[in-house]
Design a protein around this ligand. Structure first.
Ligand SMILES: [Zn+2]
Length: 107
């Protein structure tokens, strides 16, 4: 099993119970907690970066899937993860008002 911390890439990972039926892990280096799906077993970081780069360059998820053979749902999840990490790491990052309103309406 090769799991890297999504925050600091450390491999010093301990199991930390379960969350919503999935294995929960905690990084011993930075204390970050994350669930199993955070690390995509079977895809290298290179593949993930390629997919995200293609997305940022304006490719659709289906196009990325066709070229990289990575399921588009996986790519969508990666994009969301990156968005969350950006939100975590940038203190002055502000979500657009529209997004927040949409989230409230979906509650
Ligand atoms: Zn870490």
């Amino acid at each position: 099993m090769s799991i890297n911390c999504p925050k600091c890439q450390s491999r010093s990972i301990i199991k930390n119970g379960h969350r919503r039926g999935k294995q929960n892990y905690q990084c011993k280096s930075c204390g970050r907690q994350f669930i199993e799906s955070y690390s995509e077993v079977g895809y290298s970081r290179k593949v993930k970066e390629d997919c995200l780069t293609m997305y940022l360059n304006g490719n659709g998820f289906r196009a990325i899937e066709r070229i990289t053979k990575v399921n588009h749902n996986t790519v969508i999840r990666w994009v969301k993860q990156i968005g969350n990490q950006l939100a975590d790491s940038k203190e002055d990052y502000e979500k657009p008002e529209v997004v927040q309103l949409d989230e409230l309406q979906n509650l």
